[in-house]
Design a protein around this ligand. Structure first.
Ligand code: ADP
Ligand code: MG
Length: 451
């Protein structure tokens, strides 16, 4: 596989707005890292460079258990492909966070009890307290950026939008997690918007869905908060839930609603959050959290075997995909370029947890053919990676929304077992889970084994 500076790339972990993140090993120390790579394709984009430098400036002096650590970076490194071709890159070597995203875990295994949610809420608040004390605000707190390490500790990732100013004006963040003052376009406190987004995450951990689509007056759910009808907000959200209003404890409702207040001055400060009765409630031990994770992972594995075991007919994909040929989703009438390439079946790395993956004894080519057929049938666009058994998909967007984009890798577990790993690249997390569920159904009997 490719090398990048002193690192050997092993597989692609994820894609961000401007970057690709790869699992890589340092060739001398043997240390595993997450390499965030920006390729220079005919000159780096200056706004992109600003974001990356901003990320480095913010992260280089931060060191806390609940933050992803920046280990190393190089603005002028070489990325060498297995074929020998080279490209200039800018990379950041980040501490590898191997437990996956917290929210993939919740989406696949179910909501958290308030006690388990409290365990993670404490870790988020501790991480935020540390960065806020250093004069930094994150400004892109959202489920995708809450990762877990091998010991189930929460790590806040992605400091691309962070700021070292107390008051800010630039519109930064992600729709759905931005505080109302950002939508209004007025000056806002970076620390206050971080805490607002943390309130949304707290709600999601227990409800398994977001409290509203956006914190704007047009959103029917947020409107109930911004117009002081908090009791109606909770009634609406618990109407179809077990136990009704008692689905959430009273203290939980009080804390979440106050953190989501329309007026930033009515929201509790970080110190006040830590004094809130809900915050001070019982917290599971580390051992209890480990047990919870193991139980849920085992149940998830058992589910993999109960699927319909018929192998679907994906012979249509044979026409659109051939092994070892460079392939794009090509406009009708054009021929696909038949350049001989050797795709590598990257190894499955068991230490690296993903919850949106399933396993198969089918051949890599059959699985890739299924992917090609899926792309033809359901995706707006799809492309195949030239280096790995990896394909990227862009779905149709709902009106006014960012389309879901995701990548699927076929990985080698052992001689007769493959892993089909699905990772979101862009779009809404909750829509992505729907797409994932449907994709897994599409694979039918291919999903026929467990690890
Ligand atoms: P961007 O700023 O371009 O959005 P991110 O930093 O969010 O990029 O990284 C994109 C994806 O790469 C993440 O969603 C995650 O899946 C993966 N990733 C990023 N950092 C790490 C890390 N330290 N360890 C493991 N995976 C990571
Ligand atoms: Mg990101």
């Amino acid at each position: 596989m490719a090398t990048c500076g002193p690192y050997r790339c092993i597989k692609t972990l994820g894609k961000g707005g401007f970057s690709e993140v790869k699992l890589a090993r340092h060739s001398e120390t043997g240390a595993l890292v997450a390499l965030k790579i920006m390729k220079n394709s005919g000159g780096f984009d200056t706004s992109m460079m600003e974001l990356v430098r901003n990320e480095i400036d913010a992260m280089k002096d931060l060191d806390h258990l609940n933050l992803v650590k920046l280990l190393d970076w190089d603005e002028d490194a070489k990325y060498v492909r297995p074929s020998g071709t080279q490209v200039k890159v800018f990379y950041l070597a980040l501490e590898l966070v191997s437990g996956g995203e917290l929210f993939d875990f919740i989406a696949e295994t179910g909501r958290f009890t308030e006690d388990v949610a409290r365990y993670y809420f404490h870790q988020m608040i501790e991480g935020l307290e540390y960065i806020h004390t250093q004069g930094v605000s994150h400004r892109d707190i959202k489920p995708e950026n809450m990762m877990l390490d091998a010991e189930h500790n929460l790590k806040i990732a992605d400091f691309g939008f962070s700021s070292s100013q107390a008051m800010n004006e630039t519109k930064r963040g992600t729709d759905g997690y931005m505080a109302p003052e950002i939508y209004k376009g007025v000056k806002y406190s970076g620390q206050s918007v971080d805490l607002f987004a943390t309130g949304i995450i707290l709600f999601i951990m227990v409800a398994q869905h977001p409290p509203f689509t956006a914190a704007s007056a047009r959103d029917p759910h947020y409107k109930l908060i911004s117009t002081n009808r908090v009791d109606v907000f909770w009634k609406v959200h618990t109407k179809r839930k077990e136990g009704g209003l008692d689905y959430f404890s009273e203290e939980f409702r009080d804390l979440v609603a106050s953190m989501l207040s329309y007026n930033p001055h009515e929201r509790p400060s970080l110190a006040e959050i830590k004094e809130h009765p809900w915050y001070k409630g019982p917290v599971p031990t580390k051992e209890e959290i480990t047990e919870e994770f193991n139980d849920r992972s085992n149940q998830l594995a058992a589910l993999n075997n109960q699927e319909d075991q018929t192998i679907p007919d994906h012979s249509a994909g044979a026409g659109v995909w051939q092994p070892n040929v460079v392939q794009r989703s090509i406009p009708k009438g054009e021929e696909s370029k038949a350049i001989d390439i050797e795709r590598v079946l990257a190894d499955y790395v068991p230490e690296l947890k993903r919850y949106t993956e399933f396993y198969s004894t089918s051949s890599a080519d059959d699985l890739f053919r299924a992917l090609a057929t899926y792309g033809e049938d359901y995706a707006q666009e799809h492309t195949f990676d030239d280096e790995e058994y990896r394909a990227s998909f862009k779905m149709k967007a709902k009106a006014g929304e960012t389309p879901v984009e995701f990548s699927v890798s076929v990985l080698k577990v052992d001689d007769d077992k493959k892993c089909i790993e699905v990772v979101k690249d862009d779009g809404d997390k909750f829509e992505f889970y729907e797409v994932y569920t449907n994709l897994k159904k599409f694979f039918g009997g291919h999903a026929n084994t467990t690890l």
